[in-house]
Design a protein around this ligand. Structure first.
Ligand code: FFO
Ligand code: ATP
Length: 190
């Protein structure tokens, strides 16, 4: 199947979830992250959820990261298709951008090369670890700026598509892991 058809399928599936399914599944995903071999790392990047798009709620996972004294870094859209990355601190103030994404107003910017683990939003993924987002390529461009060995972890309400996507691009960077409420997938050499 083509990415655009899969994007449509999973947008629809996600919009059928209830608020309590979102809450319960987000907690299950946060708890499963505790079993991954990532807890000796220090610099973690995570997205802040778009609530009206029924994304996974990352608040629980962020609390876990802060509870373990990790450096938590969040993205901010700075131009049409570029991200900047800010350290989350007690004094971070947020505002909503035009896509309803909460973003830090200002603060300490972090070089992507410092990041060791990146949690990645997605609409769908396949059994090879290819992912589909909203189709703007933000994360593909961002991951290209990170260390080659940065640990890339997708978070998904739904299981993997069994047929690999037909139109994977050379610029698409695959996941190392994907956590769903029921299962954690490990891809490639890991
Ligand atoms: N929580 C969260 N933050 C994130 C992402 C994400 O997927 N989730 N991104 C991951 O890349 C980047 C933002 N990418 C996005 C791209 C498009 C839309 C969006 O709402 N698109 C509308 C069309 C909006 C318009 O063009 O006016 C749509 O798809 O219907 C949202 C986020 C960076 N931050
Ligand atoms: N490193 C890059 N440099 C320039 N353009 C890129 C790069 N990576 C991806 N793109 C472009 O961005 C678009 C991303 O399309 P794709 O279907 O892969 O999006 P996606 O992975 O679903 O989106 P997102 O990364 O925002 O979640 C494509 O047009 C692609 O050519």
């Amino acid at each position: 199947m083509l990415k655009k058809d899969i994007r449509y399928k999973y947008s629809k599936l996600r919009s059928s979830l209830s608020q309590s399914q979102i809450t319960d599944n987000s907690i299950a995903i946060a708890n499963s992250a505790l079993s991954l071999p990532i807890w000796s790392y220090h610099y973690f990047h995570i997205f802040l959820s778009i609530k009206n798009k029924l994304e996974i709620d990352t608040e629980g996972l962020i609390s876990i990261l802060l509870g373990y004294d990790k450096h938590v870094v969040v993205p901010k859209i700075v131009s049409n298709n570029q991200l900047e990355h800010y350290l989350l601190t007690d004094s971070t103030k947020f505002s909503y951008n035009s896509l309803h994404i909460p973003e830090p107003v200002d603060g300490i910017t972090i070089d992507p090369l410092k990041l060791e683990v990146v949690f990645i939003p997605l609409l769908a993924f396949d059994i090879k670890g290819n992912r589909i987002g909203y189709g703007k390529g933000y994360y593909d461009r961002f991951l290209k700026e990170c260390r080659r060995d940065v640990v890339k972890i997708g978070l998904s309400f739904f299981e993997a598509e069994k047929e690999p996507f037909d139109d994977v691009l050379p610029t698409d960077i695959p996941l190392d892991y994907c956590i769903t409420p029921n299962k954690t997938y490990t891809f490639n050499a890991l």
